[in-house]
Design a protein around this ligand. Structure first.
Ligand code: CU
Length: 690
């Protein structure tokens, strides 16, 4: 009796607490980002058949402008006003404008995307004059389709262009008919302002939908089998995860912060960036006068919240036993996201005014269930050869994972960002857990074995919808641990196919100039692997980005094995145009931690690598155990991981870039120009016009 009484009165308290929060948070219900509407679609009736035809032409407009709006701040239980650069276009949600609209296309289509730069004039775009690796041209922009398999040249996916204020420019992406269907994204990529613009929310999902069935000789699109038992389409969620790091400034231009005292002689520690009631948050500098900005650890210090489609801690609504496709896109510049679900204790209170930092305590007290296992089915948009059963997905900036999620029973599930070890995280320090949202799961059909249920479902769909000459084979593959061999876009690269090699080392050079307290920091890339016995930067000769220099010339039709390392702290490697296949990821002791079931704990337990062997990606974390600049003088060469990947240079020639996807590192020089040229007809490479 006592228990019932207490429980009843507790529920009443929760209800009373929850009511105002629910009202204030009404706009924080999860929804997929709005679709970008085609030019003229409001004026005339587009024929759906024309719009979805494989060879169809699609015309879009995207405008870049300052937008006045607001972002919910759970720490203060009010909206913060903000004034940020953003993409605007037909269909953008006026209540959540700091995520770009979804662009949905199909293989074989021609996409015309006219970018209109309506930002104010910016003389630093045309008369910069100084160091190209110092942030500049904040109002210049361009567009990167990350990573559509299209030409990097001319008016296609060419990030070497600057679309300055007042300029309109038509990009045209010709998606080949064999383009993979999957989860891609787009963002600005103007060297000098990439981090500033992407951290303002200038990123959006780019979804290629396909309906190609597998045949005895060709693979199909996984989209065709992702159906419910009644053959209706599976719930399809798109999540663009972002870190919108706005600051409210005082009269001197310093970021307004809240600090807590530290034991002497340490200076007070920043625990939050704050905004007073009439302040307007902005993102206008990489480094504000009070030494606050885009540095490591400053995202955590800011106390800002990772947003999902521009929403803070949204509420998802699901049904027990109903499978869902979650397309997770890390469209931010900071914060390693270790994405998972934990069952919430039914007696737990509603979330009201939790700060970002208090999220960890809330999870510890209330999200007490085990991590819910789910199935990754695609990495960086590319369907995997077999589903990877995971408790979490580690998303570094630029990453995508598509997952099949089944909530086994009714109740609330916390969407959590689990902690990551220092060497596995952008912040270079162990991260604390964050609460990203809440899933309210309505009663349905409870499931005990979600992996088995998905095998049964997808194999039964395959038997019912696929042609007779493939359906038994595909159904058997699906029943055998969710193998997707009939749906992969790129065949494995065998040892015998490799024609050459490339070596790459990321490096941050910290030089303490004599008589100055502030070291000079430069961001660099080297072209020669590190000898693990002797760490000597002269050996790999790392250089900052130089727009006039081609750092690598690659041959069309060639297949290279790349060796990737980092000489100082960890960085996500990203290359445009052609994706790569992971061959091995060896830890400092020489153990291959990419194998399924491997344990990667050299720098603290880290789930991000095991199971990635043979997976195709376009962005990959290059781990180095060195965690802080003070570790640098005594750096052990054995702190490095060595990663091998292989890539085919297919179809496209031209100049493009590879870079670190911590975008402020990219802006400051951790980037290279790469050019694919055609063979000369003998064994060499034909010269280009440089
Ligand atoms: Cu980096």
């Amino acid at each position: 009796m006592m228990f019932n009484y207490r429980s009843a009165s507790f529920s009443l308290v929760v209800l009373l607490c929850a009511a105002p929060a629910a009202a204030q948070n009404a706009s924080q219900m999860f929804a997929n980002p709005p679709k970008l509407q085609e030019r003229g679609s409001a004026d005339r009736n587009f024929l759906e058949a024309a719009r979805t035809a494989p060879g169809g032409r699609r015309d879009f407009d995207l405008t870049v402008a300052y937008t006045n709006n607001k972002i919910w701040n759970p720490a203060t239980q009010r909206f913060d006003k903000v004034h940020l650069r953003s993409y605007t276009g037909d269909g953008v949600n006026p209540d959540a404008p700091f995520v770009a609209p979804v662009i949905e296309v199909r293989p074989g289509q021609t996409i015309s995307m006219t970018l209109h730069n309506k930002l104010p004039a910016d003389p630093t775009c045309t008369a910069h004059g100084g160091d190209v690796n110092k942030p500049h041209c904040f109002n210049g922009t361009n567009l990167h389709s990350h990573v559509l398999w299209v030409s990097p040249s001319g008016n296609s996916d060419n990030v070497l262009l600057s679309i300055n204020p007042g300029v309109d420019f038509e990009y045209v992406y010709n998606l080949p008919p064999d383009h993979p269907a999957g989860t891609f994204w787009y963002h600005s990529h103007r060297h000098g302002s990439t981090a500033l613009q992407v951290s303002s929310g200038m990123a959006g999902a780019l979804i290629v939908r396909g309906d190609r069935l597998p045949t005895p000789t060709t693979t199909g699109d996984i989209d065709v089998i992702l159906k419910n038992a009644d053959l209706t389409g599976m719930e399809d969620r798109t999540l663009v995860l972002q870190q919108i790091q706005y600051a409210c400034l005082d009269a001197a231009g310093n970021v307004k912060v809240k600090t807590e005292p530290q034991p002497s002689p340490k200076p007070p520690k920043i625990v939050a960036w704050v905004c007073d009631e009439n302040d307007v948050g902005v993102i206008e500098k990489y480094d504000y006068p009070n030494n606050v900005g885009f540095g490591p650890g400053e995202w955590e210090d800011s106390g800002r919240f990772t947003t999902i489609n521009g929403l803070v801690r949204p509420a998802f609504q699901a049904r027990a036993g109903r499978p869902e496709r979650w397309r997770m896109i890390h469209g931010g510049v900071r914060d390693t996201i270790t994405f998972g679900f934990r069952r919430k204790n039914p007696a737990a209170p509603a979330i009201t005014s939790l700060t970002a930092g208090q999220g960890a305590h809330f999870i510890q007290e209330n999200c007490t269930g085990e991590l819910l296992p789910y199935q990754q089915i695609a990495a960086d948009g590319l369907t995997m050869a077999q589903a990877r059963a995971v408790p979490t997905s580690t998303l570094q900036p630029g990453y995508r994972y598509d997952a099949l999620v089944v909530f086994p029973e009714a109740g609330d599930y916390c969407v959590v960002n689990e902690s990551a070890p220092a060497a596995g995280s952008v912040s270079r320090q162990p991260t604390t857990r964050q609460l990203l949202g809440m899933v309210e799961v309505a009663p349905g059909t409870p499931v005990t074995n979600t992996a088995g249920m998905l095998q049964d479902l997808l194999s039964s769909v395959a038997l019912r919808i696929l042609p007779a000459d493939v359906r038994d084979k595909v159904a058997a593959e699906l029943r055998d641990g969710l193998k997707f061999k009939s749906f992969i876009p790129h065949p494995d690269i065998a040892d015998t196919e490799v024609t050459g090699k490339q070596e790459l080392v990321f490096f941050i050079k910290i030089e303490p100039p004599p008589g100055s307290e502030k070291p000079v920091v430069t961001f660099r890339v080297g072209n020669k692997s590190i000898d693990p016995q002797h760490f000597d930067p002269a050996q790999f000769n790392p250089q900052p980005y130089d727009p006039e220099r081609i750092d690598r010339v690659l041959k069309l039709g060639g297949v290279d094995e790349w060796t990737l390392q980092s000489g100082f702290v960890s960085h996500p490697f990203h290359i445009h145009v052609n994706p790569f296949q992971i061959v091995s990821i060896t830890d400092p002791s020489g153990k291959d931690v990419s194998l399924p079931g491997a344990v990667d704990n050299a720098g603290g337990p880290d789930p991000q690598y095991p199971g990635l062997k043979n997976v195709w990606k376009d962005t990959l974390w290059i781990k180095d155990l060195i965690a802080s600049p003070s570790d640098f003088p005594g750096k052990l060469a054995t702190s490095m991981y060595t990663i091998k990947v292989r890539t085919r240079y297919q179809r496209y020639i031209g100049e493009f870039v590879l870079h670190c996807h911590i975008l402020d590192h990219e802006d400051q020089g951790m980037m290279q120009n790469v050019e694919i040229r055609i063979p000369d007809g003998t064994a060499g490479i034909a010269p280009s016009h440089h």
